[in-house]
Ligand binder design. Sequence first.
Ligand SMILES: [Fe+2]
Length: 268
Amino acid sequence: FIHDFAITPNYCIFFQNPVSYNPFPFLLGYRGAGECVAYQPEQPTRIIVIPRKQNTEEVKILETQSGFIFHHANAFEEDGKIYVDSICYESLPAIETGTDFREIDMNTNAPGQLWRFTLNLTEKTVASQFLEERCCEFPIINPNSVGHPYRYLFIGAADRPTGNAPLQGILKIDMETKTQQFWSAAPKGFVNEPMFVPRPNAEREDDGWVLTLVYDASHHRSDLVILDGCDLTSGPVARLHLKHHIPYGLHGSWSGELLGVGLNQVEG
Ligand SMILES: [Fe+2]
């Protein structure tokens, strides 16, 4: 199972999670496609490294311990190695069909946690390093740093520092100093994937805004919350209150341009 991939100037990197797939319940209409995936913990995770430039190197496949990854934060090349930062789960998070979401015990599923993988293509070895215990998911960085060495990571994170829990805050990790900033919308706010919008002509990598949709359970509405990328702890610089709630999505992206329908048409 592959959900995401990372790039560097010279490589595309895919992590293939060890699963089996039985499509028949899906084809017969008994289960959703995602419910037919079964985690195979006895199998390794395969890391497929594909050169981006043709006729230079062959595709290499490395192996590391079993685990489950949906999203990568970033990858970069340094000192002849490839570094990949990813959100890892001990196993595929699974919820039985028909379970009432209010009855779910979050502790029965492993939390997503930040790891760094170091790939040595010459020796075909993989080293892994545990970076952050707090349950987190949906990593984002300054788009100008994608594929390159970077310093700041922004990610949706649980309010409490340990265990599995819903994402209720935004965590900023300084990969250089190992320091953190955390803004929380708890107890009634639940965050979506953050987005990083660089300030035009910024010199600092974290100079920009972090945008996230926050579901406010106390009002059953959503807010678009805008945080200062340099200082999450000072709280939102703006909070745009919507008149309704927005169901959870997965991914989005920022565009400085209005695409599609023109503004005058929207207002009309
Ligand atoms: Fe995704």
